[in-house]
Write a protein that binds this ligand. Structure first.
Ligand code: PLP
Ligand code: COI
Length: 341
């Protein structure tokens, strides 16, 4: 591969800091999207009065493409991610791009950047990003009638710097990650809203993430969904608008069902998490995180081990089942892969 040294360097760099040399970009003007153009990676121009810079009219997606042993490249659950981008845009009153239009843009860009797709366990992280460009600081209470959508590609390895080590997670039963009606939007404002809390938790407790559980309602962490796992059952919060409907969460539940686990989706309390930690496993699911095992919780200044501080066998089994589908090592029975090239 022509770009092999650059891909190697990207895999060693912090997650999401290295990019392919091209992006795909389109603009929404006069009520329609222009065709995508592919251009070199580099700064883009924005009016200082652009809607997004003042009123946070932006949303994005995060999905991955994986290289198989025969060299072909496959995108994981493209349709689901495109539908979520469409839904997030709707929540943000942004022009909603047709999922097929963005899918084609992604596939074309990957074909142009095929040399940048790492061998497994690396992957190509895909970040479609949509934002309002209307030049108006007066439009606080009206949507942006103009928008930009670009697709960014990043060769990636592990998201958590701890790699496959068990995670330490603070349970915060006081604050919410985001406004309760807006958690299902994949929008920058939700990450901004959680950031201070996560920073304080990292500094004070040395944790990697915060599990938000406002008034005891266990929801999700700042960048991944939360699952409780045992030898027989996978338990996670039932879908509602307060948290992001993870594609990985859905995939793990499907794979769990295939493997004979009981799947439970319902409300979960903090006491139940801490009880479960004594005998069972807990993990975070996400495109970036894949399925990352939790080794301990911090709650009320106390450290509580989960699964004796180890990543559990069920978590590893489910993680492997997912990775095997990503990498074409097991059959794609659910038709989750879209071949890009
Ligand atoms: N929750 C949040 C807040 C996230 O940022 C992510 C990552 O995308 C997830 C959950 C998991 O979603 P998915 O599995 O679709 O990547
Ligand atoms: C993802 O898993 O795709 C995410 O969006 C998490 C992230 C904020 C890096």
């Amino acid at each position: 591969m022509a770009n092999a040294p650059k891909v190697d360097a990207a895999l060693k760099a912090t997650f999401g800091t290295s990019f392919t040399d091209k992006i795909a970009i389109t603009h929404y003007r006069n009520g329609a999207w222009e065709p995508f153009t592919i251009q070199p990676y580099g700064p883009i121009q924005l009016e200082p009065s652009a809607h997004v810079l003042h009123y946070a009219s932006t949303c994005f997606e995060g999905l991955k493409a994986h290289r198989h042993d025969d060299g072909s490249v496959h995108i994981f659950r493209l349709d689901r991610h495109m539908q979520r981008l469409h839904d997030s845009a709707g929540l943000l009153c942004l022009p909603q791009p047709d999922p097929r239009f963005v899918s084609e843009g992604i596939k074309n860009l990957i074909r142009e950047c095929v040399d940048w797709v790492p061998e497994q366990p690396g992957a190509l992280y895909i970040r479609p990003t949509l934002f309002g460009t209307l030049a108006s600081i007066g439009a606080a209470a009206s949507p942006s009638s103009e928008a930009c959508l670009y697709i960014l590609l990043s060769p990636v390895g592990d998201y958590f710097e701890t790699g496959l080590k068990p995670l330490k997670i603070l349970i915060d039963d006081d604050r919410m990650r985001t406004a309760p009606h807006f958690g299902s939007a994949k929008t920058g404002g939700n990450y901004a809203s959680a950031l201070g809390q996560i920073q304080r938790a990292k500094q004070k407790y040395g944790v990697q993430q915060v599990l938000f559980a406002p008034d005891g309602d266990v929801q999700e962490t700042g960048a991944a969904n939360f699952l409780l796992i045992s030898d027989h059952e996978i338990l996670t919060k039932k879908l509602d608008n307060s948290f992001l409907h993870g594609v990985t969460r859905d995939s793990i539940l499907e794979l769990g069902r295939d493997l004979g686990y009981k799947i439970s989706e319902r409300e979960i309390g903090v006491t139940e998490v801490l009880e479960w930690a004594r005998y069972g496993e807990a993990a975070l699911s996400g495109t970036a995180a894949v399925l990352a095992g939790i080794g301990s919780f911090v709650y009320n200044d106390e450290v509580i081990l989960c699964n004796n501080g180890e990543i559990g066998p069920n978590t590893l089994k489910l993680r492997q089942a997912l990775i095997d589908i990503h990498g074409g090592k097991s059959p794609d029975n659910h038709h989750w892969l879209t071949r890009a090239c």
